[in-house]
Ligand binder design. Structure first.
Ligand SMILES: [Fe+2]
Length: 179
């Protein structure tokens, strides 16, 4: 299977993006991340070693987590009464953790992750791919590690979706919120 098809089948939520060019740009960023880091199997990327080691029970993959965040984002888009750019939020959710492929080697955080923290590395990848400033803000602001605040309601939704997804992982397995 072509790498782009691996990405499309891993993330069925891509179909929720209306704009063809934006959807293909999201696929392309994931494909580049896989090729540049030697991944054939997108499901082989673990979620986040520093927190995963604190989870009781089974492990979690980045694909599972990104899909959780995207599903929660779509639910929030459906629920919030405001004129929202759904493509912006859904693309942001699908891309928010694309940098992990560059940050984790053999299940351990690498030196890149220390020198160029997670949200900054992700925004670099989006800028390189020509993503809009608004989409870069969604990804940059999803993690409190960037100290950049969401500037749109769409960015706030993705930030909240990520926090809810992580809290629910811990609630399900450990019976407590994220440590
Ligand atoms: Fe995340």
């Amino acid at each position: 299977m072509q790498t782009a098809d691996v990405v499309r089948s891993a993330f069925p939520e891509l179909e929720a993006i209306d704009d063809d060019e934006l959807r293909e740009r999201v696929v392309e960023i994931w494909v580049d991340a896989m090729v540049e880091n030697g991944y054939d199997d997108v499901h082989a990327i673990t979620w986040w070693p520093p927190l995963e080691s604190k989870l009781d029970g089974d492990s979690v993959t980045t694909v599972e987590h990104v899909r959780d965040v995207t599903r929660i984002t779509i639910s929030l888009l459906d629920a919030v009464e405001a004129d929202l750019d759904r493509d912006l939020a859904i693309a942001g959710a699908l891309l928010h953790d694309c940098s992990k492929l560059y940050e984790i080697d053999d299940g351990e955080m690498n030196e890149t992750s220390e020198l160029v923290p997670h949200p900054h590395l992700a925004v670099h990848l989006l800028a390189r791919a020509g993503c809009s400033d608004a989409l870069q803000n969604v990804v940059l602001a999803h993690s409190r590690g960037s100290a950049v605040e969401p500037k749109t309601l769409e960015a706030r939704i993705v930030q909240q979706a990520d926090e809810l997804a992580v809290d629910s992982l811990f609630w399900e397995r450990n019976g407590e919120l994220r440590p």
